[in-house]
Design a protein around this ligand. Structure first.
Ligand code: NAD
Length: 341
């Protein structure tokens, strides 16, 4: 297959090249995101390989199909950026890389919690200036505190194991219970109960209709005063404006996010010489009790290797006409609904 690899960064090429070595597939690395504007770059390819910031809406997918593209290979787990119903209608197979390293994301999530709680990032900056005062750096013990985990799949379970190791109590919410969490002593409950019980709320559910702005004004008002809120799932699970209000009044004691609902045109690039037009992110960055990172929770050597090799296996399967275990199945009803729109 000829594959156009969109949103390529140096590290993508570094890991994908050896994985596809000797595969017979041809990879062409392109730095732009795949959008309606960059579509012409996909002409002449059998497949596109994309990441979280590429936008595969109905129009883009229809044009890809007309250009002869028959495979979308996501090099990530989440697929909220692909209109699956439209892909199915236009005969395009969509494959992904599920659970490439839940450890990478779970470990980073706990890193955010620790850094925020003990203000490690601020302390390190102080010491560089020979300021050894401790005022303002006071944290709390995790031991004995309650952690609320929303979404207890691969990553949520990883976070649960680590926080259990710290001696935390666990409460959880998911559409299905994970026996591993129950074995750790986690109590499954409603979102409202989880918000009321938790000192730390951490989000590990996918972004779907039901989880869009799950963290709203109403949800925040149900949380403990001074709660720590962590999001390494997808930005729009949080209503950012509501969270800013929660931070301003102190209801939210600290916020750690690796994802942001308007990240699409910001993340994965150096904008340090640009004037920001994003007032919401600019406001977030003014809070001393907010830590923002640029969607890097997945970014370990182990994860990138797994992504590259799973993508190779996915492409091999589709090219050979085999059933790919990582093909995303489409809800037929949704497909019919999308086709009628
Ligand atoms: P997973 O599929 O293993 O787990 C997701 C869990 O969420 C499942 O248990 C599912 O039942 C649950 N869920 C679905 N709908 C829900 C709802 N309405 N309410 C509560 N729970 C619900 O996925 P995972 O590998 O653990 O990844 C979780 C999310 O993390 C992904 O969807 C992705 O968006 C995000 N992610 C982020 C990064 C990063 O670098 N920041 C990297 C990988 C994944």
């Amino acid at each position: 297959m000829r594959i156009a690899v969109f949103s390529t960064r140096s590290y993508d090429e570094e890991f994908l090249r050896p994985a596809f070595d000797g595969s017979g597939h041809e990879l062409v690395f392109l730095s732009p995101r795949l959008t309606a504007e960059t579509l012409p770059l996909a002409a002449g390819f059998d497949a596109v390989c994309v990441f979280v910031q590429d936008r595969l809406n109905r129009g883009v997918l229809e044009a890809l199909a007309l250009a002869g593209v028959r495979l979308v290979a996501l090099r990530c787990a989440g697929f909220n950026n692909v209109d699956l119903a439209a892909a199915s209608e236009f005969g395009i197979t969509v494959v992904r890389v599920p659970a490439y390293s839940p450890y990478a994301v779970a470990e980073f999530t706990v890193g955010l919690m620790l850094a925020l709680n003990r203000k490690i990032h601020r302390a390190a900056n102080r010491v560089r200036e020979w300021n050894f005062a401790l005022d303002g750096l006071l944290g709390f013990d995790f031991h004995g505190r309650t952690v609320g985990i929303i979404g207890t799949g691969h990553i949520g379970a990883g976070v649960a194991r680590i926080m259990h190791g710290f001696g935390c109590r666990l409460v959880a919410a998911d559409i299905r219970e994970n026996p591993e969490l129950v074995a750790l002593g986690a109590r499954y409950c409603s979102h409202a109960e989880l918000f009321a019980a938790s000192d730390i709320v951490t989000l590990h559910c996918p972004l779907v209709k039901e989880t869009f702005h799950l963290i709203s004004d109403g949800a925040i008002s149900q949380m403990k005063s001074g709660v720590m809120l962590i999001n390494t799932s997808r930005g729009a699970v949080i209503d950012t404006q509501a969270v800013i209000e929660g931070l301003k009044c102190g209801q939210i004691g600290s916020l750690g996010i690796d994802v942001y609902e308007e990240e699409e045109n910001l993340f994965f690039q150096d904008l340090s010489n640009h004037i920001s037009q994003d007032d919401m992110l600019a406001r977030l960055l003014t809070f001393p009790n907010v830590l923002v990172t640029g969607h890097q929770a997945f970014f370990t050597r182990d994860a990138l290797e797994k992504i590259a090799w799973t993508t190779r296996a996915n492409v091999d399967d589709v090219a050979a006409g085999r059933t790919c275990p990582h093909a995303i199945q489409v809800d037929r009803q949704a497909a019919v609904k999308s086709a009628k729109q």
